[in-house]
Write a protein that binds this ligand. Structure first.
Ligand code: XMP
Length: 490
């Protein structure tokens, strides 16, 4: 059954698997200045982002606050799934409501309800005004925080609201400037949008109009709302359908996507949702070929297994596909299928600084996913602590004991797929705001592209040249022989 030398051949013929440490990029002829570089890229087949940075779906990384901050900078947040369906949907709704010309998903109230109900609704949704509607969803008034702040909670909404006769409202045709003017003229914060029959079609808030000018580079959908993605298990169709109304992209979140049951479940999910479905994690060329050719409408590949800073999969199983290696393999698969550029690759795990991002993009990725770097920001949900005079934020793997027990806690019927922990728990240095981190990574990436002579990410794919490092060489291209005052941790 086995040919002679079969087992020795396994070692002798083994291929090299490279990591970010093993390569550098060579400088090339350039006509590109770093500031001129365009970082626009695809996060999925149908969604474009303005910087190639995606945050990892981890409960110490991406909830609504970070997703909003990152989308405003031009990137994309993937909301974690280590919580109830309701809470994850609420996160997505909050991102969508954070900024929009017209809010479509308006929270409303009935005139017969009490002031106390209005207070509760406003607090629950973190808003300051509620259109009042009748049974046919027709506008009959508006109640704002100002109207109810000092009112008796047992009064009915009808008694405190601004009634229909005194309302300032508009129809769908209104543009931003007209809306702003109208709201300033009447000193109002909220402008209900109605149709000819007084049916409520949406709501414009003054805050949203002002914010539109503040983040010109933000990643937005066709309605001007921030882009957002959410992680789902392929076996949780109920969650995927609940999220589908609010997110642009669903990310299949399993450690090893090349699995028969996962393929079957994903095939079904893709048919039942409207959002783009990005699949992962992918570690080999075969997995990428199968994902794209055997599943219809795969909208992106999330690649890399075992490189994450909190991963111990490579230790406890000795199975891994480092992110750089997984990226080139997936890129080769896409080239073979004629889908390079159409289906983006998101290189996931092991990014420590902008140099690693330059390597991943040169290897064929359209974007990179980062957990560690974003976990250290103010907007991440992890706890902040001071250790010996320095600030750190909590960061743990989704396969760690901590994340696993949290999973069981919110869903006592949840079944953990494995009996082994594949992640560790720890702390990462506090890095300031998402904006600070994005600025630093962007500047580094633009500088790399300037050296290479690439004015955009597609040119990175074609123009960049890799050079192999000897194992010890990495010491020389890092800061060395100096006591560092700043910049430790490189
Ligand atoms: P970084 O290096 O940015 O990587 O911290 C984030 C990515 O790591 C993956 N991840 C895990 N991998 N065990 C693993 O083997 C885990 O517990 C774990 N948690 C997260 C994931 O792909 C993430 O995007």
């Amino acid at each position: 059954m086995f040919k002679p030398g079969f087992f020795t051949g396994k070692l002798d013929d083994a291929e090299y698997v490279y990591t970010f440490n093993d390569f550098i990029l060579l400088p090339g002829w350039t006509e590109v200045e770093p500031r001129e570089v365009v970082l626009r890229t695809k996060a999925s087949k149908n969604h474009v982002i303005n910087i190639p940075f995606v945050s990892a779906p981890m409960d110490t990384v991406t909830e609504e606050e970070l997703a909003i901050a990152l989308a405003r900078q031009g990137g994309l947040g993937v909301l974690h799934r280590n919580t109830t369906i309701e809470r994850q949907v609420e996160m997505a709704r909050r991102v969508k409501r954070a900024e929009s010309m017209i809010i479509r998903d308006v929270v409303t109230i009935d005139a017969s309800m009490k002031v106390g109900d209005a207070v509760r609704l406003m607090q629950e949704h973190d808003i300051h005004g509620l259109p009042v509607v009748d049974d046919n969803h027709c506008l009959v008034g508006i109640v704002t925080w100002r109207d109810i702040r000092y009112s008796d909670p047992s009064l009915s909404v009808k008694e405190v609201m601004t009634p229909k006769e005194d309302l300032i409202y508009a129809t769908e045709e209104i543009d931003i400037d007209e809306a702003k003017k109208l709201m300033q003229e009447h000193k109002i914060e909220k402008l209900p949008i109605i149709d000819d029959d007084w049916k409520l079609r949406g709501l414009i808030t003054f805050k949203d109009l002002e914010l539109r000018g503040t983040f010109p580079n933000a990643s937005r959908d066709d309605n001007g709302r921030l882009l957002v993605a959410a992680a789902v298990s392929p076996f949780d169709l109920r969650r995927a359908k609940a999220l589908d109304k609010y997110v642009d992209i669903l990310v299949i979140d399993v450690a090893h996507f090349h699995n028969k049951n996962v393929f079957t479940a994903t095939r079904k999910m893709i048919k039942e949702v409207e959002a783009d479905v990005v699949v992962g994690n992918i570690g080999t060329k075969e997995a990428a070929l199968d994902a794209v050719s055997k599943l219809e409408e795969v909208a992106g590949l999330r690649v890399g297994i075992g490189s994450g800073s909190i991963c111990k999969t490579g230790v406890v199983t000795k199975v891994a596909s480092p992110t750089l290696y997984a990226t080139v393999k997936a890129a080769d698969a896409l080239v073979e299928l004629g889908a390079m550029g159409e289906i983006p690759i998101i290189a996931d795990g092991g990014i420590r600084h902008s140099g690693d991002i330059a390597l991943a993009l040169s290897a064929g990725a359209s974007a990179v996913m980062m957990g560690n770097l974003f976990a250290g920001t103010r907007e991440s949900p992890g706890r902040l602590t001071a250790i010996e005079g320095r600030y750190y934020k909590e960061y743990y793997g989704m396969g760690s004991a901590r994340a696993r027990s949290k999973r069981l806690q919110y869903d006592r019927y949840a079944k953990l797929a494995k009996d082994i922990e594949e992640g560790v728990e720890g702390w990462v240095p506090y890095r300031g705001t998402v904006e600070d981190v994005v600025k630093e990574l962007t500047a580094g990436l633009q500088a790399a592209m300037g050296y290479i002579g690439a004015s955009n990410i597609k040119e990175m794919w074609s123009k960049s040249k890799f050079a192999k490092m000897m194992p010890q060489s990495i010491q020389e291209i890092k800061p060395h022989n100096v006591y560092m005052v700043r910049g430790e941790g490189i």
